[in-house]
Design a protein around this ligand. Structure first.
Ligand code: G3I
Length: 315
């Protein structure tokens, strides 16, 4: 029985975000995950607020379980995410001195990366660092540490794991626009300064009625500058109810995004942000939207899955 995993080109990982609690609760979830995907991304397990809710007390239970699952299914793991402005533990406050914030962040990054050194093929080191106009996003990290926090974070990760591929991750930069122009400028500048950054991740949380035209060209701008690129969080949301027409259009967009990645040499990985509508972040964050994944709430393949399989089978 062919699957996404068996049909995807061997040099491109096909991944899904994973919820540790779903893995523990439902055997269908783990079964499909291991059949269909060659890689996984912990959706929430590695976020700082989840892993160190109380200062000094790390809870590795859910990320360790995920790593063990991946290892036993021969799946690669994409680490998500080390430096982000959300999911910062409540005890990391702006009342702390800049030096203290810096020490805490460095310690966090070093602990997590060292624990899984050699077991994570790529790290999402800095997530969502840019504002829509392309300036650096106003976050606790920028306010307390200044713009060099990005370069520092990459160096800390490199020191803790010499081999993982280090990514910066962004949303809204999937097409040529101010944000993607600023992102390209940022990563080129970082590299020219000797910062160990190798990859750029494009989240790709998309509405079903948008077109993927221009996406491959945008990815190619980054690969021709020598960066690996990845689609890191693909989903395609529909304003409910999901009619057959909308599901067909969703299928076409999924296919276009996959084709964009596969057409660009240097697109090393494509990850969907969950695979079943039963466990998607969309309904709770985009009111009135849902049905964003390749499988429905009953874990049945949707037209988007069929479209990908048909295209992969005829490659
Ligand atoms: O697990 C608890 C559950 O026990 C509780 O009953 C419920 C009540 O709210 O919350 C559950 O936790 C939620 C968790 O998702 C799992 O569903 C958290 O409240 C909720 O904040 C968390 O949201 C996650 C969000 O990031 C914030 O961390 C989403 O799952 C996750 O999909 C989303 O992922 C982000 C990427 O990390 C970065 N890019 C954007 C993407 C989408 O927002």
């Amino acid at each position: 029985q062919p699957t996404l995993r068996s049909l995807f080109p061997k040099d491109v990982r096909i991944g899904s975000a994973v919820r540790a609690e779903a893995l523990a609760a439902d055997s269908r979830y783990g079964r499909l995950l291991s059949q269909e995907f060659s890689a996984l991304t912990p959706e929430n397990s590695l976020k700082w607020a989840n892993i160190e809710p109380v200062r000094g007390f790390y809870d590795w239970a859910s990320s360790d379980r995920l790593m063990a699952f991946a290892a036993s299914r021969k799946q690669a793991v994409y680490g998500h995410t080390l430096v982000w402005h959300t999911e910062v533990p409540a005890w990391v406050t702006e009342d702390l001195s800049p030096q203290e914030v810096r020490d805490l962040l460095k310690d966090h990054v070093t602990k997590v990366v060292s624990r899984y050194r050699g077991k994570i093929w790529a790290w999402d080191v800095v997530n969502e660092a840019l504002a829509e106009d392309g300036s650096l996003r106003d976050t606790i990290w920028l306010r307390k540490l200044g713009p060099n926090y990005i370069a520092d974070a990459f160096s800390w990760v490199r020191a803790a794991d010499p081999n993982a591929i280090l990514f910066i991750n962004e949303y809204g930069a999937e097409w040529g626009n101010r944000k993607s122009a600023a992102l390209l400028e940022l990563v080129r500048k970082l590299r020219s300064e000797g910062v160990p950054i190798q990859g750029v991740g494009f989240q790709s949380h998309l509405p079903y009625d948008r077109s993927a035209a221009g996406m491959a060209e945008n990815l190619a701008r980054f690969t021709s500058s020598g960066f690996a690129v990845a689609i890191t969080e693909l989903d395609v949301r529909i304003d409910l109810p999901a009619t057959p027409e909308k599901l067909q259009r969703q299928a076409a967009l999924y296919l276009d995004v996959v084709n964009a990645c596969l057409s660009v040499s240097g697109c090393v990985s494509l990850t969907t942000w969950g695979f079943t509508d039963a466990k998607s972040w969309i309904p709770s964050y985009h009111k009135g939207f849902g049905a964003a994944c390749l499988f429905d709430e009953a874990y049945q393949p949707k037209p988007a899955y069929q479209a990908l399989m048909a295209a992969l089978l005829s490659r």
